[in-house]
Design a binder for this molecule. Structure first.
Ligand code: PAF
Length: 286
């Protein structure tokens, strides 16, 4: 496994692989790898000849009050996981490597961001797509892997590659879950034992909303209210949002149609959990 810090060196190495006709799979991360990341790496490994993993805590996607300096890091553990899973290259740049001077160009995302988590994080997705544009140029992947737990990020990244014609296939990878259905997240350790037990109600609530649509419910507000009531009745968490939108365009819908996302964010004492289901107008999971 090669560990590369320099953007120029990564671009040289990946150019060589491209000349040799090798398929490169790319897993961009901010490190502190968990099982969700492992799943992305495993899938990239199955579908490509070379796997590049980037670990970079991107300052551009942190807003005011979001503590960049306290973002969890564990380089040794991350290298160990990458080695175990057969990653070929870890790209581990410093902030100076990636942004030697204050960037003169930053991308702005004009759609898909004023809903769900994007609503309370102005500028966040602009930072995400700016760093991904750089990373795609450096890594030159055929495919890049993203977890559906952050379905809004997947929708925004799809818009990035479509709008700016990146020759990269975006591969959405299903959310990895605990046996009781709770989406795996590094934040779950911050739940108290009682909250941890209650948290499995989040997926159950989303599933009950999906079932309503499957059974013919056409009122979007009715579905959202039922999900809301389920979470309120089964947890002490505070609901941040419950939304039912078109997917991946993330626009409001009047009635079930096409691909949709039913998503929620719930705040517990020391952890804010997000989860979602993406399905069609018959309620079939996609
Ligand atoms: O999902 C993440 O960890 C980050 O947003 C990403 C895609 C690595 C960009 O910094």
């Amino acid at each position: 496994m090669k560990i590369i810090e320099s953007p120029e060196e990564l671009q040289k190495v990946t150019s060589n692989y491209r000349v040799q006709g090798k398929k490169i799979g790319f897993v961009p991360t901010m490190g502190f790898l968990h099982e969700g990341h492992e799943q992305l790496i495993r899938q990239a490994k199955q579908q490509n000849e070379i796997v590049v993993l980037s670990i970079f805590v991107n300052p551009l996607q942190f807003g005011e009050g979001e503590d960049l300096n306290h973002y969890p890091r564990d380089e040794e553990h991350d290298k160990e996981v990458a080695r175990k899973l057969g990653v070929d290259i870890i790209f581990f740049p410093t902030v100076k490597n990636m942004y030697p001077t204050e960037p003169a160009i930053k991308l702005t995302v004009t759609k898909r961001t004023n809903v769900l988590c994007g609503k309370s994080r102005p500028g966040h997705f602009g930072g995400v797509v700016t760093v991904l544009a750089k990373l795609f140029h450096l890594c030159q992947p055929s495919s890049a892997y993203f977890g559906m737990k952050d379905a809004q990020q997947v929708a925004v990244v799809e818009a990035l590659v479509n709008d700016l014609n990146f020759p990269v296939e975006i591969v959405p990878v299903p959310t990895v879950r605990e046996p009781d259905g709770l989406a795996k997240s590094s934040r779950n350790v911050n739940l108290s034992p009682q909250e941890r037990e209650e948290a499995s109600a989040i997926l159950k609530a989303l599933q009950s909303g999906r079932k309503m649509i499957q059974d013919g419910e056409t009122g979007i507000e009715n579905v959202k209210t039922a999900v809301n009531t389920f979470i309120e009745n089964n947890t002490h968490g505070k609901i941040d949002y419950i939304e039912l939108l078109s997917y991946p365009s993330l626009e409001p819908v009047d009635k079930p149609m096409g691909q949709m996302i039913l998503a929620t964010a719930v705040k517990f004492e020391r952890a804010r959990l997000i989860d979602n289901l993406v399905f069609d107008s018959n309620g079939e999971i996609i």
